[in-house]
Write a protein that binds this ligand. Structure first.
Ligand code: NAG
Ligand code: NAG
Ligand code: NAG
Ligand code: NAG
Ligand code: NAG
Ligand code: NAG
Length: 414
């Protein structure tokens, strides 16, 4: 869609909508998309399929970020209630006291942990807080009983010895916040690695880095098989052969979000040097990999223009968020910050023009997000580009909310 058409469309939509739904011509896309998720009941877990917890947890994280940025929005209470409903829906399926039962879900289950921590600290309702507290403790214990491979990497899911980039977005920020909420990083000694919880976080991120990094491109492959027996496993490292956009997006967001948490307290400052270096290195590789025509990123990131490849909307939103957030928090400086900002802003505008769908006067849709790519497959290039797209996938629309918030923050500070 051309910019002129888009701008005219927004104007028409928002002016007609103004009286009925409280939207105005200055409506932010973050808020507008969040309202749209609510209208679809997205992020409320109502079935037990394996990626359902991630849809809920990711929605909670996007809405929590939105509330932090717009605490005085007219609809703030609606967003706050929605986070609680999403958490409640997840508690119904897991986190009810039996940590091993949670292992029927991948590490993504931990994505609800941050909102659970917030709710468990709410002193206004002790009865509810103690239910959330039980949820927090169950989730945290599920890390201790999660299986590990021979080098102590956490299995992502039920596949023996396999670790994926994907799980890090849900694991690291929750594990870090939990450790800090207990007062000192040393409160938790993880026997398996003879270190603290924060050491374990660094160790898990590092293992994936060591095994999956392609030193030519600076990008990371989807995951690795420590047993090196999978059809796709690199005989030396165990790495899978392709750089899948969304898995790298999860990992990139994990780095920047964990950096934010560990930077927040003196006791964990010491960990931020390596994490910051990794973040900056990956940001540079992500910038290098951007498509020069569209300004966004390919489904198979390092195969630009190859037959079947396409610009994927969830990964592109995640990279946009990760780059712009790093600029906002000062993790990138000088020329790095400048190029990151330029690339992030350009990508955001392309995503808005291309993947936002104006369903009706109040509701936005979201297009161009791939369903799921699993390493329980051939993991070939053809596999990644052959997986179907899903319209209104919350893994894309919630990522777009996060990207929108960063974009709006940068626009606001200009
Ligand atoms: C679960 O929620 C989704 C919306 O997120 C809805 O489309 C679906 O019909 C619901 N499934 C059930 C079993 O209620
Ligand atoms: C406390 O929370 C519980 C569970 O969400 C709810 O049923 C109850 O009404 C709440 N009590 C008060 C006083 O808000
Ligand atoms: C942890 O410490 C024990 C006892 O000192 C040792 O046997 C084990 O190899 C250590 N594990 C790791 C991962 O360093
Ligand atoms: C690393 O990336 C380069 C450039 O994308 C590619 O040509 C090469 O095959 C990759 N190496 C491995 C081991 O995947
Ligand atoms: C989503 O994108 C596809 C491919 O460009 C297009 O065919 C489809 O019409 C789009 N869906 C909506 C609802 O715009
Ligand atoms: C892994 O893939 C096989 C073959 O497609 C399938 O039968 C199996 O259910 C998959 N496992 C899981 C846990 O999804």
């Amino acid at each position: 869609m051309q910019f002129g058409v888009l701008a005219a469309g927004i104007f028409a939509l928002t002016t007609t909508v103004h009286a009925t739904a409280g939207y105005s011509a200055t409506e932010k896309y973050s808020l507008w998309m969040a309202q749209s998720l609510i209208s679809r009941n997205d992020g409320i877990m109502n079935e037990s399929f394996s990626s359902a917890p991630l849809q809920a947890g990711f929605t909670q994280k996007a809405f929590t970020a939105l509330l932090a940025q717009y605490p005085d929005d007219d609809n703030a209470n609606i967003y706050r209630d929605y986070v609680r409903s999403s958490v409640d829906s997840v508690l119904h399926y897991f986190a009810n006291g039996i940590a091993t039962a949670d292992l029927q879900y991948p590490l993504d289950r931990l994505s609800s942990g941050n909102a659970l921590l917030d709710l468990s600290a709410d002193a206004s309702n002790q009865t509810a807080a103690s239910a959330y507290q039980l949820g927090v403790e169950t989730l945290r214990s599920s890390i201790d009983v999660n299986r590990r491979n021979s080098v102590l990497g956490l299995w992502y899911y039920v596949y023996p010895e396999w670790s994926y980039l994907d799980g890090m977005y849900s694991l690291a920020p929750f594990y870090a916040r939990y450790a800090l909420s207990r007062g000192t990083k040393d409160a938790e000694v993880i026997t398996a690695i003879n270190g603290t919880a924060v050491d374990d976080i660094m160790y898990q991120l590092d293992l994936l880095w060591q095994r999956c990094l392609n030193i030519t491109s600076g990008l990371l492959a989807h995951g690795y098989d420590d047993s090196r027996t999978a059809v796709w496993a690199n005989p030396e490292t165990g790495a899978s052969p392709n750089v899948w956009g969304r898995s790298l997006g999860w990992y990139f967001m994990a780095l920047v979000d964990t950096l934010e948490i560990l930077s927040s307290q003196p006791v964990t400052q010491g960990y931020t040097k390596q994490l910051g270096e990794r973040y900056r290195s990956l940001a540079a590789a992500v910038i290098q990999a951007v498509d020069s025509q569209t300004g966004a990123w390919w489904q198979v990131v390092d195969q630009p223009g190859r037959k079947g490849n396409y610009i994927e909307s969830s990964a592109s939103s995640m990279f946009t968020y990760g780059l712009l957030k790093g600029v906002r928090l000062g993790y990138l400086e000088g020329n790095d910050a400048e190029s990151s900002k330029t690339i992030g802003v350009g990508a955001y505008e392309y995503l808005t023009n291309t993947f936002v769908v104006y369903e009706n006067e109040r509701v936005l849709g979201w297009n161009g997000t791939v369903t799921i790519c699993s390493l329980n497959s051939t993991a070939t290039y053809e596999y990644y580009v052959g997986q179907p797209l899903r319209y209104n996938s919350v893994l894309g629309s919630a990522a777009y909310i996060l990207a929108s918030l960063e974009y709006e923050s940068i626009q606001g500070s200009n």
